[in-house]
Design a protein around this ligand. Structure first.
Ligand SMILES: NC(=O)c1ccc[n+]([C@@H]2O[C@H](COP(=O)([O-])OP(=O)(O)OC[C@H]3O[C@@H](n4cnc5c(N)ncnc54)[C@H](OP(=O)(O)O)[C@@H]3O)[C@@H](O)[C@H]2O)c1
Length: 313
């Protein structure tokens, strides 16, 4: 099968299009014919030698990627929820070896959900790691309740645009930061107040926030404590809840925590239901072919992507 291996830590020239043996599904796994995948900042961070590079180096060859969508080719022993021919999607084996940059991917069946009939394979592929992060951070970690006020930083990005829609769907009022060019988009997905972080300090606009979702870190994480109401929670997905921030939060009767997404078929199923009901809509702003993976990485590395970047096979 065609696959892209990472030869060594470095630039996109280290991504090599090659042939690898087609995997076989072990007990409890499904073998997916991969038709669309999504790329995330963790892909290029790992490619450069950070994030999960060391861990993936333990089981060469290194094949990046975690987000897949396609058709079930075969199922391993004991799998009852999927049959060959079913369409399925998921974020597989995160934060281990997902091996998504390949024509076929074998992974635990309980990392997948069925793709709803009226949902395209590309939309399903887009609604994986970024959407799961938003769901798990807001619902599981945040315990988000209807009527709460939520501030989503980088609200136009991959995680952000899902977080906005999920928070709205759960009945929250949403404030979001983005550059001015993205404000119409933010309003279109349900942001009540869009804040241009380049033109003003978000603390001048946001207040009485129950949950802040932080994909930025640094001062953005620290300053976010200033907008929380008593008992409020900062959830950082980029390690922004460092010791100093956690201590500052505790002293003020607030909470600050880091969060790392994990594979979960049950959570993917929740996202499938939202997609099916038309209550979650991925924005796919950039599409590349599997042979253009370097360009897909380059787009993400701009840090300016609106919505998601998808790669089709
Ligand atoms: N811990 C976890 O489990 C986890 C999971 C997923 C992602 N992450 C991390 O979270 C971060 C975001 O991921 P992503 O997929 O959402 O990335 P992304 O799609 O590449 O984010 C791009 C967006 O960030 C916005 N942005 C950039 N700088 C900003 C700033 N200072 N303030 C507000 N918005 C800003 C841009 O909007 P403008 O162009 O308008 O500035 C753009 O729309 C990455 O570092 C990623 O590795 C962590």
């Amino acid at each position: 099968m065609k696959a892209i291996v990472l030869k060594a830590a470095g630039g996109t020239e280290q991504l090599e299009w090659t042939e690898l043996p087609k995997p076989a599904p072990a007990a409890g796994e499904i073998l997916l014919r991969n038709e669309a995948l999504s790329v995330n900042p963790v892909d290029f961070k790992t490619r450069k030698g950070g994030a999960f590079f060391a861990k993936l180096s333990e089981t060469p060859p290194i094949v990046l990627g975690w987000d897949v969508a396609g058709t079930v080719e075969a199922v391993g022993e004991g799998v009852t929820g999927f049959r060959p021919g079913d369409r399925a999607f998921g974020m597989v084996n995160f934060p281990g070896a997902g091996r998504a940059y390949a024509e076929y991917v074998a992974a635990p069946a309980d990392h997948f959900a069925h793709i709803p009939d009226r949902i395209s394979t590309e939309d399903a592929a887009a609604t994986t790691l970024a959407a799961l992060t938003a769901w798990q951070a807001l619902v599981h970690r945040g315990g988000l309740q209807a009527g709460q006020r939520v501030l989503i930083h980088a609200a136009a990005g991959g995680v952000g645009h899902f977080a906005v829609q999920i928070a709205r769907q759960l009945g929250a009022e949403v404030l979001g930061t983005a550059s001015a060019a993205n404000h119409n988009f933010l309003h279109s997905i349900g942001v009540a107040q869009a804040i241009d972080y380049r033109a003003r300090d978000f603390r001048d606009v946001a207040n009485d926030i129950d949950i802040v979702l932080d994909p930025i870190g640094g001062d953005t994480a620290l300053h976010s404590l200033d907008v929380l109401r008593p008992g409020g929670l900062l959830v950082s997905i980029v390690g922004g809840a460092r010791e100093q921030v956690v201590l500052a939060a505790q002293q003020r009767g607030l909470r600050a925590e880091n969060y790392l997404v994990h594979s979960s078929g049950a959570d993917i199923e929740q996202l499938a239901r939202l997609l099916e009901g038309g209550n979650l809509q991925p924005l796919i702003e950039h599409r590349f072919h599997f042979t253009e993976m370097a360009a897909a990485h380059a787009q993400l590395e701009t840090g300016r992507t609106r919505g998601k970047v998808i790669v089709t096979l």
